[in-house]
Design a protein around this ligand. Structure first.
Ligand SMILES: NC(=O)C1=CN([C@@H]2O[C@H](COP(=O)(O)OP(=O)(O)OC[C@H]3O[C@@H](n4cnc5c(N)ncnc54)[C@H](O)[C@@H]3O)[C@@H](O)[C@H]2O)C=CC1
Ligand code: BAL
Length: 505
């Protein structure tokens, strides 16, 4: 269904593509109130793609008012689950019909390899919208076991107006993780894409409207974190914020909520994710393949990226050799060429941040086992660094780039201690031939997702989110995400027989 095109075909789409640039509010595109714009560029070439509306607090006020009107008059939330499902399924169908255009737009705006956009970002986005659409007419509300004098209903109701504040690393997919359950639940949304990557979000809002999701329900306000993100966080009529991004910005949303209306906040933040490889791992080729995929998928610009390889010392050299062999398939270059698995980093600023970790390799006298080249514009070759200790910045800080650090251990207790030696707790993977050790590691590592003998983030049915500074307030994906966007209401109906003298409780 998602057949890949050739590089020439993708480039032809890129040369003809029409790029949205205005905010999308109440069913139509509109410039920023103050008429300001910011430039979005293709990070792989530096070419200017579009001048996008630089909105501010007044635009946020306008969009929130429209979203609140839509929520209050019930044009979406009061539709039956079956009707909302039908509109969301049509939205998914339109995304699918426009998948090549969306994949190219995503790649141009973010530097992501088209091969990933076409095989992961776009199909997973569509699947996420479909999955939440399909869920809503299969969920039953509850009654509580209160006895025969009352009937109690425990019902879910949509939380209200939701601000979705998004990162630049998976622009469409993170949009789907938030708006899939939010719209399915009957909420209205104000989406703030990252400034680096606004384009596909704007196009998605247009397609949602075409699919019959009523005006005012899905709004997009483009601009900076300060000018748009903060006013959303502080707004008295925004009932909830769903955020994916860095931990420092996540903290800000908790402060905004405390300083405004105590809005609900769900945060999906950073990670410093370990892959723990024991000497009894059954297939070191499979381990190498999975570790390479975990570390370098999306250039390591991924909150779940494997960034710390924690390997038993007896097999370190052999595993690194096999990792080197798999890395040969990971070619760096033009993101629109499906042969390339490593594209450009998202921006010059981000490139400088990632490159600073390579500078640490020199100052800390660490050894580069593979890669390390930064010579091509803002491209960084996948890199594996050996001999990293817990004291190193490479071990402690989220790099969000294609750099994998390697640390060795002698026994299981040391492996667990190293894996947990972080303030984060998003994902981890463990590789062992022993079921007992796999289960022990899975239970002892403090992370929201642990994969055994593979790397991954689960699928639409499984919750995604982190322990400690990786997350707060709820999970993305699965039926648990649906609950994030719902209030629980208790309705207590007295059915006691008043003809007899009975105490009414
Ligand atoms: N967990 C994840 O998926 C992500 C983690 N990151 C991490 O964060 C680092 C920095 O990347 P950034 O783009 O700066 O992430 P960020 O956390 O600052 O940005 C995420 C979103 O928050 C908004 N935002 C920024 N400052 C804000 C503020 N003061 N108030 C309200 N909203 C605000 C941004 O405009 C964007 O839409 C990366 O190097 C990476 O380590 C970045 C993106 C995604
Ligand atoms: N990998 C999906 C979640 C994230 O990177 O933010």
């Amino acid at each position: 269904m998602h057949e890949p095109l050739t590089a020439a075909e993708y480039r032809a789409i890129a040369s003809e593509i029409s790029l949205p640039s205005n905010a999308f509010v109440d069913g139509s595109f509109r410039p920023a109130n103050a008429g300001k714009t910011f430039t979005t560029t293709n990070p792989a070439t530096g070419e200017i793609l579009a001048e996008v509306a630089a909105c501010d607090a007044r635009d946020v006020d306008y969009a929130v008012a429209k979203a609140k009107d839509a929520f209050d008059d019930g044009r979406w939330r009061l539709q039956s689950p079956g009707e909302r499902k039908a509109a969301l399924l049509k939205f998914a169908k339109l995304l699918e019909e426009n998948r090549h255009e969306l994949a190219v737009m995503e790649s141009l705006d973010s530097g992501k390899p088209i091969r990933e956009c076409q095989s992961v970002d776009i199909p997973d986005t569509i699947h996420t919208i479909r999955w939440h659409a399909e869920l809503i007419d299969k969920l039953y509300d509850n009654t509580a076991p209160v006895g025969s004098n009352a009937l109690t209903l425990v019902v879910r109701e949509p939380v209200g107006v939701v601000g979705c504040v998004l990162p630049w690393n998976f622009p469409l997919l993170m949009l789907a993780w938030k708006i899939g359950p939010a719209l399915a639940a009957g909420c209205s949304v104000i989406v703030k894409p990252a400034q680096e990557t606004s384009l596909t979000t704007l196009r998605a809002a247009e397609l949602a409207c075409e699919a019959g999701i009523p005006a005012g329900v899905f709004n997009v306000v483009t601009g900076s974190g300060k000018d748009v993100g903060e006013p959303i966080g502080m707004h008295m009529d925004v009932d909830m914020v769903a955020f994916t991004g860095s931990t420092p910005t996540g903290r800000r949303f908790l402060r905004y909520a405390a300083d405004s209306n105590l809005k609900r906040v769900v945060l999906e933040c950073g990670g410093k994710n370990p892959a723990v490889v024991l000497e009894d791992a059954e297939d070191l080729d499979l381990v190498a393949e999975q570790v390479v995929n975990g570390a370098f998928w999306n250039m390591g610009e991924n909150c779940s990226a494997t960034s710390r390889l924690i390997v038993q010392s007896s097999i370190k050299d052999e595993l690194l050799e096999r990792i080197g062999a798999y890395m040969r398939d990971w070619k760096t270059g033009d993101p629109l060429d499906p042969e390339n698995r490593i594209g450009a980093l998202v921006s010059k600023n981000h490139f400088e941040k990632v490159k600073s970790f390579l500078d640490d390799v020199k100052t800390e006298n660490l050894s580069v086992a593979h890669g390390g080249d930064t010579q091509k514009g803002i491209f960084i070759e996948p890199t594996v660094v050996e001999g990293v200790t817990p004291a190193s910045r490479l071990f402690k800080e989220e790099i969000f780039g294609p750099i994998l650090s390697v640390t060795t251990f002698e026994d299981l207790s040391e492996a667990i201690a190293l894996a947990n030696d972080t303030n984060y707790g998003l994902t981890a993977s463990v590789y062992t031939g022993s079921l007992r050790k796999a289960i022990r590691l899975s239970r002892e590592i403090r992370a929201g997702v642990v994969t055994v003998n593979c790397f991954g983030e689960g699928d639409a049915t499984t919750p995604f989110g982190g322990y400690r500074e990786s997350g707060f307030g709820g999970r993305d994906k699965s039926v648990f995400a649906h609950d994030n966007y719902c209030e629980l209401k208790t309705i207590w109906i007295d059915v006691s027989d008043r003809s007899v003298d009975e105490t009414i409780r």
